[in-house]
Design a protein around this ligand. Structure first.
Ligand code: NAP
Ligand code: GCO
Length: 266
């Protein structure tokens, strides 16, 4: 009974941007719970490498080159997945970018590029997948939000605006499609060690920690950066029957950052 609650056997999961990083770990987790994995990314070299990495873990993933900001490419990918696998039960809107530029130096085009990937694309992909979920009597959508769905910081105005909007898109999909037994929730990772945050963790010339690295450690009760694997449990929970009455919720997996004012002076 309890195992069944968290089983994804027989389910088809689409994870966007899952060639590496958080998306890869989430896809690996869903596969471990029994789901068939479909993923996409942008670059052919990343697709090939990722397929090999999935295979090394015994996961026969199906990969697509697809720009999630392109409605046509997304429609083609979703149509192929539905034709090959019968439909999609779980969607993880993970693909995302960030541009760390002070507002006064950021162009409107740069702002729009971030919002296109981090907010418009989850709308596009969700809209493409919802009909299949309705047809199958239900589904799970998981949007990968962020600390910046709740907090601001210098240089990430576009990213924070997009991730704040993604929190509200999550609540709107939950509101509009809950009646079809579709649950839409978010995962809000804290600071996770992936290529996206590598610039914030680079060792200084003298071998010391990057100032931002030290800053994050002082703001995290767990006193460490998260790893993509730290998100696996939350992903399985929100993709499984165990969360059938959870809807419109953002589950923060952040080591306690949002609860903590920061290490006090000693
Ligand atoms: P990452 O290492 O930069 O990986 C991003 C992935 O998204 C890559 O596979 C990339 O594919 C794909 N992607 C980017 N633009 C795309 C597009 N237009 N179409 C299709 N795929 C696209 O990022 P990450 O750290 O794993 O983060 C994954 C998600 O978690 C993002 O939404 C991010 O905002 C969010 N997040 C990250 C952290 C963190 O601390 N790392 C914390 C909170 C939330 P290519 O490599 O082929 O370009
Ligand atoms: C940054 C980081 C963060 C993380 C994540 C935190 O520049 O502040 O990239 O935005 O990626 O979103 O939850």
């Amino acid at each position: 009974m309890i195992e069944e609650l968290f089983s994804l056997r027989g389910k088809v999961a689409l994870v966007t941007g899952a060639a590496y990083g958080i998306g890869f770990a989430i896809a690996e987790a869903l596969a471990g719970a029994g789901a068939k994995i479909v993923f996409n990314c942008l670059k052919k070299e990343h697709l090939e490498t990722a397929l090999g990495e999935y295979r090394k873990r015994g996961i026969e993933a199906r990969g697509f080159l697809c720009d999630v900001t392109s409605e046509g490419s997304v429609a083609d990918m979703v149509s192929s997945v539905c034709a090959e696998f019968g439909g999609i039960d779980i969607l993880v809107n993970n693909a995302g970018i960030i541009k760390r530029i002070p507002m006064l130096e950021m162009t409107g085009q740069q702002f729009r590029e971030v919002v296109d990937v981090d907010l418009v694309a989850p709308f596009i992909v969700s809209k493409a997948v919802l009909p299949s979920m309705i047809e199958r009597g239900g589904g799970k959508i998981i949007n990968i939000c962020s600390m910046m769905s709740e907090l601001g910081r210098e240089t990430v105005s576009a990213y924070a605006s997009a991730k704040g909007g993604l929190k509200m898109l999550t609540r709107n999909i939950a509101s509009e499609y809950g009646k079809y037994n579709i649950q839409c929730n978010g995962i809000g990772p804290g600071y996770i060690a992936t290529p996206q945050t590598a610039p914030l963790r680079e060792r200084q010339a003298d071998g010391s920690r990057h100032p931002f690295d030290s800053f994050i450690l002082s703001k995290t009760p767990a006193e460490r950066w998260g790893t993509p694997e730290d998100l696996m449990g939350a992903a399985i929970f929100l993709a499984s029957k165990a969360s059938d009455f959870v809807n419109g919720h953002i589950l923060y997996v952040d080591g306690g950052i949002l609860a903590y004012i920061g290490r006090q002076p000693t």
